[in-house]
Design a protein around this ligand. Structure first.
Ligand SMILES: Cc1cc2nc3c(=O)[nH]c(=O)nc-3n(C[C@H](O)[C@H](O)[C@H](O)COP(=O)(O)OP(=O)(O)OC[C@H]3O[C@@H](n4cnc5c(N)ncnc54)[C@H](O)[C@@H]3O)c2cc1C
Length: 315
């Protein structure tokens, strides 16, 4: 029988790190899991400038390394495991990973973040790692001097286009609407770059190429007119989906699967709390993820240990 922990934290991004820091300092017996990159999504960004105390800009990888160093100093380690299943037994949960190893915990903080929305074409899997990428800063360099397409209309798409315009010969920015969703300052920058061509309002129809991407065929949403973009790389920037399948049916979610939380980070399950990009937060940024995680850890500590300052309802 596996050891019983007071708390299990799922996720090793900014939210999971913060929950672990607070749990450690609060004297809670916990286990924390991370299956992905150290630092979560932020490890994939080229520059981070909007977090207090960060004087830089520094890269996402550098920021993640700082988080890891801090974890070492504070004295906790991540279990490098992917939790695949959560079941409820009497007054506790059993968490099972992809190697069938299991842990028991009384309460859970879900800080599992989000993942990229898949590129919406049937042939997508054929081109993974062969020209189709979800991370411009990770893979952009492979397309140095070549022509690429970025698909999307939010901040990530605009940032990716700007980043790639400095490496690639030509960047097509494909968006299905006539207006972008991204920040005005980024839109203004994109429109001022000579080697970025806006392809709007177009949607992807087909990827062509035998062993890798050779072209992206797009269709005008208003006229139906097709266009063939000769590119060797396609960068999908179509937004995120929450990693909430683990708690499906256990907690309330929005229509898109984001976990609903209240101001204390309670979900609809009395012993599951959530923080960060997996929640229905109106803003998905580090500052929000760490703030929510600090509250979630404190709420969880109060649930475990009745001797605490905040008033709470017990389920
Ligand atoms: C390209 C890019 C640039 C960005 N730039 C900025 C920026 O400049 N400033 C800013 O504030 N924010 C930025 N963000 C947003 C920021 O990265 C996120 O808001 C933040 O990382 C959310 O933290 P999180 O801990 O909730 O989730 P995540 O960072 O997604 O971390 C979740 C972690 O949990 C792991 N995990 C998931 N499921 C399981 C499981 N079942 N078992 C074990 N582990 C699991 C994942 O692998 C991941 O490591 C950017 C995001 C991207 C993608």
């Amino acid at each position: 029988m596996s050891q019983m922990h007071e708390l299990a934290i799922i996720g090793g991004g900014p939210a999971g790190h913060t929950a672990a820091i607070y749990a450690k300092r609060g004297g809670v017996d916990f286990v924390v899991f991370n299956d992905g990159l150290t630092g979560g999504q932020i490890a994939t960004t080229a520059t981070l400038e909007n977090y207090p105390g960060v004087v830089g800009p520094i890269s996402g990888v550098e920021f993640s390394q700082l988080m890891d160093k801090q974890a070492e100093q504070i004295g906790f380690e991540f279990e490098a495991s992917r939790i695949e299943k959560i079941t409820e037994e009497n007054d506790h949960f059993v968490l099972t990973d992809d190697y069938d190893e299991s842990w028991r915990a009384k309460v859970i903080i879900l800080a599992a973040g989000a993942h990229y929305r898949p590129f919406p074409l049937e042939e997508t899997p054929k081109y993974h790692g062969r020209g189709l990428s979800y991370c411009a800063t990770c893979d952009g360099n492979f397309f140095r001097g070549q022509s690429v397409a970025v698909v999307g209309g939010g901040d990530t798409a605009l940032e990716d286009a700007l980043y790639l315009s400095r490496i690639c010969e030509k960047v097509y920015l494909v968006h299905r609407r006539r207006e972008f969703r991204g920040q005005p300052v980024l839109q203004w920058q994109v429109r001022g770059v000579e080697n970025i061509e806006l392809v709007m309002p177009y949607t992807p129809q087909r990827i062509e190429g035998e062993d890798g991407v050779e072209a992206l065929v797009v269709k005008n949403k208003e006229t139906g007119e097709p266009k063939r973009l000769e590119v060797t790389g396609i960068f999908s920037a179509l937004g995120l989906l929450p990693n909430s399948e683990l708690v499906e049916g256990m907690v309330e979610t929005t229509d898109y699967g984001y976990v609903k939380v209240d101001a204390r980070m309670h979900t609809s399950h009395p012993r599951i709390f959530a923080a960060g990009d997996v929640t229905d937060s109106p803003l998905r940024q580090i500052a929000v993820a760490v703030g929510q995680a600090a509250i979630a850890a404190e709420t969880a500590r109060c649930w475990i240990n009745e001797n605490c300052a905040i008033e709470m309802e017990r389920g």
